[in-house]
Structure formats: structure tokens, C-alpha cells
Design a protein around this ligand. Structure first.
Ligand code: C2E
Ligand code: MG
Ligand code: MG
Ligand code: MG
Length: 287
């Protein structure tokens, strides 16, 4: 209904601006009133080792069901939680629930949890995470932490020290969304990173020879550094072929499983990891 003249464009822009602000305010208000322990659930997305045809870890992803807004995806609430100083409460609940899941499983599937930059800038939050892991009595190697480069940008000194604290306790560290930020390589020099998670945008560029060369180089660099390299966002067979051609061993994506409940993850592991190595011919987790 917007007419094609300058004036109306401004109106449309202003409306859009107001709509975004209103939506933001609604989410922030719901976050402030939330009981995260009750409203946040974890889903788990398998990480698959192509070499051994095994699920080797799963990423815990937060799902928030607000009593007033209903289901809200992380893409809509994490950033707002960060900006309103509420992310630490979410992080602690996610860590608690990941530890509870690990404890409830007879044969725990190693998990990874996403940390925000704000978490890394708070010595207190890191100490509380470490305490929770200690109280659980679980092996810290079962809980990997994922951080993005942007998370590290604000105050690298402090963030680096807190990453080191986690690493010294035995937690593996992964660099998430690798390739989308800046100065990746400094983190590789300063931190004991054990895994690069190559951002899924690299796999949306199917058919671009330059992208394939970059992927190939990233895998080679990771191998030289003794770091695992995982490709995110493998959705179809063509992307899987690209991942294999680049030489990576670890993949995560809808082709291998969408984020699923703990029960579904146990079933997937049970079904998949039980197949003897030499019989494990198929790639995807049963379609
Ligand atoms: P991420 O850490 O990069 O997680 C991967 C995201 O990609 C997940 O979205 C996952 O569902 C999605 N994904 C996985 N495979 C595919 C695929 O094949 N195709 C496509 N199109 N998408 C795929 P989700 O769960 O919506 O989370 C989005 C982001 O929100 C996460 O990106 C992470 O940065 C953040 N997030 C999620 N849970 C938490 C949390 O507990 N704490 C913090 N700080 N951030 C979180
Ligand atoms: Mg992640
Ligand atoms: Mg990621
Ligand atoms: Mg991502």
C-alpha cells in the first residue's frame, strides 16, 4: 500500500523503526520478568565425525518459552539479553541444564555450550560456572565452551584470561562462527583453542571456487595447528560433498540432525554409534 514517492518511504522506514523498537521492548520486558530455570530448555544438535561415522559431541542450544510471548528463538532474544545485562542468568541456567543432562545419561555424550562476550568479561560468572562444574563431579572435558570472535573483541585481555581459566580446568574451547569476524588469528595464538567451527555462510556459497579454496585452506591450517575443524550448517548432500572435498572430519547441520531433545539425542546416538565401523556406510542419520 506504500506509494512510490520519497515521503512514503520515510513513513515506511519510520514505521519499521517503531515496529523493531516495540518488538525489542516487548522482549526485554519479558526477559526481565522471566524465570529462566523454568522457561529455558535445551535442545541438542549432534556433531558428527565423518571419519568414524559417529556422533562425537552435541551443541546445547537454548529454547525460551515465555509465558507472555510464547516460543522465542535465540536469534531474537540473546542479543537483547546481552544488551540488558541479563545474559549471565541465561548462561548459568544453560550450564546447569547441560550438566544435569550429562549427569542423567549413563554414557554421557560430550556437550558444548555457547558463551557470550559479556560472560567472558565477568570473573564472577566464570567462577560460578567453574563451581557448578566442580559441584557436578563431572569431567570438564565433557563440557566444551564456544565463543565467537566478536565476543572476544571488547576486552581481549580479560576475555583471554577467563578463557584460559576454563581451559586450565580441562574444558575444550571452540571458536564459533569462524570466518565472520576480525583478526581470528590472534585468538589462535593466544588461546588453547581446540576446535574451529567454520561459519555456515561458507557453505551457502555452493559452486564458488574461491570459497572452496578458502575452506580447503582453513582445514589445512587447523590440521597444521593440531586443531579440529568443524563445518556448520551442512544441510544437503552437495554441502556434504564440499565439506568432504575440503578435507574436514567434523560436521554439524540439518543433514545430520536438527536441534533435538535429550531423549532424541540418546536415540540417535544409540542407533548410530552402535553400528560397527566397517558397516557404517551411510552418511546422514537415517534421513
Ligand atoms: P550458533 O552457536 O552458531 O548455533 C548454530 C545455529 O545454527 C543454531 O541456531 C542451529 O539451530 C542452527 N543450525 C544448525 N544447523 C543448521 C543448518 O544446517 N542450517 C541452518 N540454516 N541452520 C542450522 P539457533 O539454535 O537458533 O541459535 C542461534 C544462535 O544463538 C547460536 O548460533 C548462538 O550464537 C546463539 N545461542 C543459542 N543458544 C545460546 C545460549 O545458550 N547462549 C548463548 N550465549 N547463545 C546462544
Ligand atoms: Mg555455537
Ligand atoms: Mg556456530
Ligand atoms: Mg552460527
Amino acid at each position: 500500500h506504500a506509494k512510490k514517492n520519497g515521503k512514503n518511504k520515510v513513513v515506511v522506514f519510520r514505521d519499521e523503526h517503531a515496529r523493531v523498537a516495540a518488538e525489542r521492548y516487548k522482549i526485554e520486558r519479558a526477559l526481565r520478568g522471566a524465570n529462566f530455570a523454568a522457561e529455558i530448555e535445551l535442545l541438542f544438535q549432534p556433531q558428527f565425525d565423518l571419519g568414524h561415522e559417529r556422533i562425537v559431541r552435541a551443541e546445547a542450544l537454548a529454547r525460551w518459552t515465555s509465558p507472555t510471548l510464547g516460543a522465542v528463538m535465540p536469534g531474537r532474544f540473546i542479543e537483547i539479553a546481552e544488551e540488558s545485562g541479563l545474559i549471565a542468568n541465561i548462561t548459568l541456567v544453560v550450564v546447569e541444564k547441560a550438566l544435569a543432562a550429562l549427569k542423567s545419561w549413563d554414557d554421557p555424550i560430550p556437550l558444548s555450550v555457547n558463551l557470550s562476550g559479556n560472560d567472558l568479561l565477568s570473573d564472577h560468572i566464570i567462577a560460578r560456572i567453574i563451581d557448578k562444574v566442580e559441584d557436578s563431579g563431572l569431567d570438564p572435558a565433557l563440557l566444551e565452551f564456544e565463543i565467537t570472535e566478536t565476543a572476544m573483541m571488547a576486552d581481549t585481555g580479560k576475555a583471554t584470561r577467563n578463557m584460559l581459566r576454563l581451559s586450565e580446568r580441562g574444558h575444550p574451547l571452540a571458536l564459533d562462527d569462524f570466518g565472520t569476524g576480525y583478526s581470528n588469528f590472534n585468538y589462535l595464538r593466544e588461546l588453547p583453542i581446540s576446535k574451529l567451527k567454520v561459519d555456515r555462510s561458507f557453505l551457502t556459497d555452493v559452486g564458488d571456487p574461491m570459497t572452496e579454496k578458502i575452506l580447503h585452506s582453513l582445514v589445512g591450517m587447523a590440521r597444521t595447528l593440531g586443531i579440529d575443524c568443524l563445518f556448520e550448517g551442512v544441510e544437503d548432500e552437495i554441502q556434504l560433498i564440499i565439506a568432504k572435498r575440503a578435507g574436514t572430519h567434523l560436521v554439524q547441520g540439518y543433514l545430520f540432525g536438527k536441534p533435538m531433545t535429550g531423549m532424541q539425542l540418546l536415540c540417535a546416538v544409540d542407533e548410530h554409534n552402535r553400528v560397527p565401523l566397517r558397516q557404517a556406510g551411510r552418511n546422514a542419520l537415517g534421513g
